[in-house]
Design a protein around this ligand. Structure first.
Ligand SMILES: C[S@@+](CC[C@H](N)C(=O)[O-])C[C@H]1O[C@@H](n2cnc3c(N)ncnc32)[C@H](O)[C@@H]1O
Length: 237
């Protein structure tokens, strides 16, 4: 599955059960990956913030930004959720009626130039077919000195016990459980395939650097199941 419309349609189909499946399949740990990333980035800010959360899905990263900002005593002036899936956005709007959402792809967000302090994308960049254009778009909307935060499952070395356990879980257990909850096994077979079709951490860092970003932190969570990339926009490209 590489066709962007097919990927978006798949998220439309699983949207009603996405949150439930996510919680079960990640044993609830995904919430801590999002909040750790938000806590870390917000340490760099003192003033009010404009944040764009791309591939926002059902809005969990937006919830994480809001609670981390509250903890850090920071004011979010505006937070915008962006996603091309109507149905994922429908769930997000029900959970976060006070937020603004835009139905758009990562490579063509209708946000103004140099306006965002933070752009985040959690478990979304893997699904973006026009990835280079999207990274250029993140650079365009961020202020110089602003931060890009990416959470993703990156491609891994297949050797080692942890890698073998992760692969077994992703290929054999996750599609069955995800398929049962969503009644769409194909969507959950797509997940391991999309991870294998993505980059490893070093390759992704090079792409970020090629698009005007300086790498600040790369950190693995939960035995490197999930990887966080924090990068700073150093120049307009
Ligand atoms: C795995 S979900 C992640 C949702 C949310 N960020 C989270 O952490 O739970 C991936 C999201 O990427 C979105 N997506 C797919 N293609 C996209 C694109 N080209 N640009 C932006 N978002 C896209 C999907 O609609 C879906 O909501």
């Amino acid at each position: 599955m590489q066709n962007q419309d097919k990927i978006i349609n798949m998220f439309n189909e699983i949207a009603p059960t996405y949150d439930k499946a996510n919680k079960i399949l990640s044993f609830g740990i995904d919430a801590s990956w999002r909040s750790s990333a938000c806590d870390l980035v917000l340490k760099n800010f003192k003033s009010t913030l404009n944040i764009a959360d791309v591939a926002c899905g059902t809005g969990d990263m937006i919830k994480a930004w809001k609670s981390s900002a509250k903890k850090a005593n920071l004011t979010i002036e505006k937070i915008t959720g962006i996603d091309p899936s109507k149905e994922m956005l429908k769930v997000a709007k029900e959970k976060l009626p006070e937020c603004e959402f835009i139905e758009a792809k990562a490579d063509e967000m209708s946000l103004n130039l140099n306006t965002q302090d933070i752009v985040s994308i959690s478990y979304g960049i893997r699904n973006v077919v026009a990835r280079t254009q999207a990274l250029r778009e993140f650079n365009r909307v961020l202020k110089v000195g602003g931060y890009l935060v990416v959470l993703e499952f990156t491609k891994r070395d297949k050797n080692g016990l942890i890698a073998k356990i992760r692969d077994f879980y992703l290929h054999n257990i996750l599609p069955i459980i995800g398929g049962l909850i969503s009644k769409n096994k194909e969507a959950y077979e797509y997940l391991p395939k999309s991870i294998e079709g993505f980059l490893d951490s070093n390759e992704f860092c090079r792409e970020l650097q090629d698009n005007g970003f300086e790498i600040v932190i790369v950190k693995g969570f939960s035995m490197d199941i999930s990887t966080m990339f924090i990068a700073k926009k150093v120049k307009n490209i």
